[in-house]
Design a protein. Structure first.
Length: 764
C-alpha cells in the first residue's frame, strides 16, 4: 500500500464520525439503578459521542485493495486515535468523582466501562460528549446439548465424520492444512497441554518468546502464562478448529490463541469482558504495525437472549465486531441451541448479507445431513428496516462432535457451539490458499459454495447450506491476485531447472516493461513488484549460476528441525521433509523432552521413545530438571501430596485408599459431601498471591466428587463442598470451593467421592 493512499484514507476519518443528539440511557440500566438505590453500584458502558464510522473506513480499505497487514494497522491506529483524542475529559472527571469503583477505557469502540453510583451515571448522561449509556449486560455460554453417544473412546482412530462431511480431508490432499494461519476462540479457555493442541499454541513460536500474554488472555485474573480451561468447552471447540491428533481438527496445522472469557464459574462475565477480548484479538502485542499476532478468524460460542434483559436487535456489540472484521478477522457466532425460539444475539443481526455470521448445526452421522432439533432457527427482524430476514447464515456439523477435553482425553458434545469451530477451521484453509482475502469475500465464498440443504435456496433452518471446503478453497485460489503471491526461494530461476542461467535472463528481457494487472504476473518479475524492470535484470545477473534446488523444513530424527534442507538431504538423513519453502516455525516437528515414569524418574528423549518405554511425555523442549514427575500412588496421603499448579491438575482415586480422619461434614451441610470412607487424593497448594481463589473439579468426563480444603496443616479444615451448581461442561455432580488465600500460605486440597465413589478427574 502506497503511503499517499494510506494518508488519503486517514484524512477521510474526520468525515466518518457519527453525530447524535441527546444522551440515551438504556431502560434496563435505569431499572437497575432504581433497584440498587442511591448508594448502590451499577456497571455501565459509556459510549463517547465521537465514533469512527467503521463501515466507511472498511469500504475505503476494500476499494484500495489493501493487504491484511496494512488494513490492520490503519484500522487499529484510527480507532486508537479517536479514543485518545476524545476520552481524556471524561476520564479526568471520573477520577475526581466519589462513588466510582471501576474505570476501564476501550479504544475498539470509544467506550468506557464505569462501575459507579447512579448519581455518577446521571451526571455522565448530562455531558455533551457522551452518546449513550448502557447496562453492562451479563453474557453466557451456548450450553452443549446432551445427546445419545455411541462411542467416546480415546482411541477411535480415523477422521471424524464432521471433518469428512465438509470435505476438509480432500483439501488437506490439495496441500492446505491451515499452515501459517492464526485462529482464535472466545470460550472457556483451552488446555494448553493437551496432546492434540499443545504444539499448535502460538505462544510456543519464537516470535512470542517471553510474551505468552500475546497468545492467551485471562481477562479476570490475568494469569496469562499458559493457557488453561476453566471448564472443558473451550478445549473441545479448539480441537475441532485445529486439533492435530485423532482426526478431530479441520485445520490441523493452524496455530491458535484464545481468551478464557466465558463460563468462569463464580466469576460474572459481562459485555465489557467480551469487549476486552475483542480489543485484544485486534492487537495482541500492542503494536499496530505488526499483524502476525492477529487472528484471521475467531469463533464465539456464547450469546445473549431476552432472558438477560438484553434489548432486541441492540447495536452494542455490532461496533466491536465490525472493527475486528474491518481489520481482516472473520467473526463467527454459534446460532444458539434454542430451536424454534430463535437465534441468540448478536448472531441474529442481518444488517447486510454478511453481518453477523450465525452458524447452525447439522448431523454428520446421517447422510442427508438433517438440521439438529436444537439448532436455533430464523427468521430475524434485526435488519435496517425491521423487515424479516433469513437466519442462520450457514451450517456445519454439530451433533456428537468428537474432540479434545482437558486432561488429554476426548469426548462427544452436541450444539451449535460445535458447529461454528468447523467454519473457523474452514476459513483457515481458505486463508492459507489466499492470504489477503477480505472478510466479505471469505463469507461470500462460504455462502456461494455451500451445498444447499432443506428447502430449495437459503432458508431459516440451514441458511445457505453446509460448507464445502473443497469448493471454498478452490474459489479462494481462483480469486488470488498472482502479484500478491510470495516471491519464494530463488525467484531468479524462472524456468525451474534449479540453476540461474542465460535462459532466465532471456525470460526477463522478453517481458521487459510488462506489469501485471491483477489477473497475471509477468514471468520476468523476480523482485515481486509485478513489473519487469532493470532491477529484475540485475537480480538475475547477481544470482547467476546459483543452485536453486528447493529447500524446506526437515524434521530431524534426533528431534528438532532444520530450516534449509533439500528434500534429498533431509530424507538421506532419516528426516521427514515438510515441503518446499516450508519453515520450522510452522512445521510442528517433534523434539526431545522430559519423559516421566511411575516411579517418579525422568529421562530425556523423543515422544515416540517415551511412549514405547511406558512413560508420559511432558512436551517438546521440556527438561527433567524443571519437571516434577509424580510417583504412582503419590497423593494418597496428606504426608505425600501432589503439587497443585495453576490450571488443570489431573488425578485418579481408583487406586487410592481412604485417609483418616474423615472430614467434618457439618462445615458444608446440605451439599451432599457424604464421604463414607471414600478413597481420596491430596494436593498441596502454595498461594502465590493473596485474594479469592477458586478450586473446582469440573470435568465432563469425571465422577461425582467431594472436596475438602485445609489451611496450614492436614487437620485444619476450613471449607468443603459436595455438589456445586451444575455448570456447563462439568460432570453431573462436581465440587467447587471459593476461599480467600494469603500469599505464601500452604493449603491442602483433599478430593474424594460421594458415597465413596472413585474415578479420575481434574482439579483446576
Amino acid at each position: 500500500m502506497k503511503l499517499h493512499q494510506l494518508l488519503s484514507i486517514c484524512a477521510t476519518l474526520t468525515l466518518c464520525t457519527i453525530i447524535h443528539g441527546e444522551t440515551v440511557i438504556d431502560n434496563n440500566l435505569t431499572q437497575r439503578m432504581q433497584e440498587v438505590g442511591p448508594n448502590g453500584t451499577v456497571s455501565a458502558l459509556v459510549y463517547v459521542e465521537d465514533q469512527v464510522d467503521v463501515k466507511s473506513l472498511s469500504d475505503s480499505i476494500t476499494q484500495a485493495n489493501m493487504r491484511f497487514a496494512d488494513r490492520h494497522q490503519l484500522v487499529v491506529e484510527s480507532l486508537q486515535a479517536t479514543a485518545q483524542s476524545t476520552q481524556g475529559s471524561i476520564l479526568a472527571s471520573l477520577k475526581r468523582q466519589q462513588g466510582v469503583t471501576k474505570i476501564t477505557p476501550f479504544w475498539i469502540s470509544n467506550v468506557i466501562r464505569v462501575d459507579a453510583r447512579p448519581d455518577v451515571i446521571h451526571e455522565l448522561a448530562n455531558r455533551s460528549d457522551v452518546l449513550r449509556i448502557y447496562l453492562n449486560y451479563p453474557i453466557e455460554l451456548v450450553t452443549p446439548v446432551r445427546m445419545g453417544s455411541a462411542e467416546e473412546s480415546d482411541n477411535r482412530g480415523g477422521v471424524e465424520p464432521g471433518i469428512t462431511a465438509i470435505r476438509a480431508t480432500e483439501v488437506w490432499d490439495m496441500g492446505y492444512t491451515g499452515q501459517g494461519v492464526l485462529v482464535a476462540t472466545l470460550d472457556t479457555g483451552v488446555d494448553g497441554g493437551h496432546v492434540a493442541l499443545a504444539n499448535n499454541w502460538a505462544g510456543l513460536r519464537p516470535e512470542y518468546a517471553g510474551h505468552p500474554e500475546w497468545a492467551f488472555l485471562d481477562p479476570y485474573t490475568y494469569n496469562n502464562n499458559f493457557p488453561f480451561d476453566s471448564g472443558s468447552h473451550g478445549t473441545h471447540t479448539m480441537g475441532t478448529v485445529c486439533g492435530s491428533a485423532q482426526g478431530i481438527g479441520v485445520a490441523p496445522d493452524a496455530h491458535w490463541i484464545t481468551s478464557a472469557g466465558i463460563d468462569r464459574s463464580s466469576i460474572s462475565e459481562t459485555v465489557a469482558d467480551a469487549i476486552e477480548t475483542f480489543q485484544w484479538f485486534l492487537d495482541p502485542d500492542g503494536n499496530p504495525s505488526t499483524a502476525w499476532d492477529v487472528p484471521r478468524v475467531c469463533s464465539n460460542s456464547w450469546g445473549l437472549t431476552s432472558g438477560h434483559g438484553y434489548p432486541n436487535c441492540d447495536e452494542t456489540f455490532w461496533t466491536y465486531l465490525d472493527a475486528l472484521e474491518a481489520a481482516g478477522c472473520v467473526v463467527l457466532f454459534s446460532a444458539g441451541n434454542e430451536g424454534f425460539s430463535g437465534l441468540r444475539r448478536p448472531g441474529d443481526r442481518a444488517t447486510d448479507d454478511y453481518r453477523t455470521c450465525a452458524v447452525a448445526a447439522i448431523d454428520p452421522y446421517n447422510s442427508s445431513y438433517p438440521i439438529a432439533d436444537f439448532s436455533s432457527r430464523g427468521p430475524t427482524n434485526c435488519t435496517p428496516s425491521g423487515a424479516s430476514a433469513i437466519k442462520p447464515d450457514i451450517s456445519a456439523p454439530g451433533v456428537n462432535t468428537y474432540s479434545s477435553v482437558p486432561g488429554g482425553g476426548y469426548s462427544q458434545y452436541s450444539g451449535t457451539s460445535m458447529a461454528s469451530p468447523h467454519i473457523n477451521g474452514a476459513v483457515a484453509l481458505m486463508v492459507q490458499a489466499n492470504p489477503d482475502l477480505a472478510v466479505e469475500t471469505i463469507k461470500e465464498i462460504l455462502y456461494s459454495t455451500a451445498v444447499d440443504l432443506g428447502s430449495a435456496g437459503e432458508d431459516n433452518d440451514y441458511g445457505h447450506g453446509i460448507i464445502d471446503c473443497v469448493e471454498a478453497v478452490n474459489m479462494a485460489i481462483k480469486l488470488a491476485d498472482p502479484c500478491n503471491a510470495a516471491i519464494g526461494f530463488c525467484p531468479q530461476d524462472i524456468d525451474d531447472n534449479f540453476i540461474v542461467n542465460v535462459i532466465d535472463l532471456l525470460a526477463v528481457i522478453d517481458t521487459y516493461g510488462v506489469c501485471g494487472d491483477g489477473s497475471f504476473k509477468p514471468a520476468g518479475d523476480v523482485d515481486g513488484d509485478c513489473c519487469v524492470t532493470v532491477a529484475d535484470i540485475l537480480s538475475v545477473v547477481d544470482a547467476w549460476g546459483n543452485d536453486c534446488t528447493p529447500i524446506g523444513a526437515c524434521c530431524l530424527p534426533e528431534g528438532g528441525c532444520s530450516d534449509t534442507e533439500t528434500e534429498a538431504d533431509c530424507l538421506s538423513a532419516g528426516g521427514e521433509y515438510n515441503g518446499d519453502d516450508s519453515t520450522c516455525g510452522f512445521s510442528n516437528c517433534p523434539d526431545n523432552g522430559a519423559c516421566c515414569f511411575d516411579d517418579g524418574s525422568c529421562t530425556y528423549g523423543m515422544p515416540d521413545q517415551c511412549i514405547e518405554l511406558g512413560g508420559a511425555f511432558q512436551g517438546n523442549g521440556t527438561a527433567c530438571d524443571t519437571t516434577d514427575c509424580p510417583i504412582a500412588g503419590a497423593g494418597d496421603e496428606c504426608t505425600g501430596p501432589l503439587i497443585a499448579n495453576t490450571g488443570a491438575n489431573s488425578f485418579e482415586t481408583n487406586t487410592a485408599t481412604p485417609s483418616s480422619p474423615e472430614p467434618d461434614e457439618a462445615q458444608c451441610s446440605g451439599t451432599y459431601l457424604d464421604w463414607d470412607g471414600s478413597p481420596d487424593i491430596w494436593f498441596i497448594y502454595v498461594a502465590q498471591a493473596s485474594g479469592s481463589t477458586h478450586f473446582t473439579t469440573c470435568d465432563s468426563s469425571s465422577y461425582d466428587t467431594s472436596m475438602v480444603l485445609y489451611e496450614g496443616s492436614c487437620d485444619n479444615q476450613v471449607a468443603c463442598n459436595g455438589d456445586a451448581y451444575n455448570d456447563t461442561g462439568c460432570q453431573s455432580y462436581h465440587s467447587e470451593i471459593d476461599y480467600t488465600v494469603e500469599a505464601g500460605s500452604t493449603y491442602y486440597i483433599r478430593i474424594g467421592g460421594w458415597m465413596a465413589d472413585s474415578g479420575s478427574g481434574t482439579l483446576t
